[in-house]
Design a protein around this ligand. Structure first.
Ligand code: SF4
Length: 241
């Protein structure tokens, strides 16, 4: 089976536990205003078979140790859930773990459920706090994301939730309270991590000739991110109760 892959990142320490091999899938149904990978939006591009991908990844197996492995990211990996499902069968045979980094916006096809069920970890982006804000800043519907979170809770999957904090949009404690409300009672969520908005992908908008809706917004200062993460950490522990 063939899948479309934007790029790879070998031996990354982000996006999951241990040493990771990042596979950035091509295609995304959302158009987040803060996206730093607009070059992943369209479908198509470089194609790989499941066997080719697993062969490529297997070269790094000795670095993965007990907790490391592959992280499928994007774009939105679950747009190509059938390909990932096929690939992870081969990864299993090779003894390699995988994590999924998803927006949860692609919907829960049977293939997507299968891929999520077998993942060692799911990283779920909780992008905005209600349907109105979600629609406004991503173009998508929040319902699919909440359904994905409910599904992950129902199968007791280990989940890390992430939110990108953008100055002037969601960089207040009041706003983050609304996100925390959505996570209340979700025992599957092990941690809630904030990421600061940055401008490193701005050049891609220029190269692609796409309008950048946040071109005048400055990166979130590191001290603001630290302060808000502390706030969230405190509340998050309580919200799980
Ligand atoms: S889900 Fe990710 S890749 Fe898709 S538009 Fe949003 S930030 Fe970009």
């Amino acid at each position: 089976m063939k899948g479309y892959i934007h790029s790879f990142e070998s031996l990354a320490a982000l996006d999951g536990e241990g040493v990771r091999y990042g596979v950035f899938m091509q295609g995304c149904p959302l158009r987040c205003v803060y996206c730093h990978n607009p070059d992943t939006w369209c479908s198509g591009g470089n194609s790989f078979s499941s066997e080719e991908l697993v062969k490529k990844v297997s070269r790094y197996k000795s670095y993965f140790g007990k907790n490391g492995g592959v992280t499928f990211s994007g774009g939105e990996p679950l747009v190509q859930a059938a390909f990932i499902k096929d690939t992870v069968q081969h990864l299993k045979v090779a003894g390699i773990n995988y994590a999924i980094d998803t927006s949860g916006a692609a919907g829960l096809s049977e293939d997507a459920k299968c891929v999520l069920r077998d993942a060692q970890l799911v990283i779920l982006d909780l992008k905005f706090w209600d349907d109105e804000s979600y629609k406004k800043y991503t173009g998508g519907s929040m319902l699919a994301v909440l359904n994905t979170l409910d599904f992950l809770e129902s199968i007791k999957k280990r989940v890390w939730v992430r939110t990108v904090v953008v100055p002037g949009i969601n960089d207040s404690e009041e706003c983050l309270e609304k996100y925390l409300e959505l996570l209340k009672g979700k025992k599957c969520v092990e941690k809630y991590e904030l990421l600061g908005f940055h401008t490193m992908g701005f050049f891609k908008y220029e190269n692609l000739g796409i309008k950048n809706p946040l071109k005048d917004i400055k990166p979130l200062p590191a001290e603001a991110l630290t302060r808000l993460q502390k706030f969230v950490d405190k509340r998050f522990k309580r919200s799980l109760g």
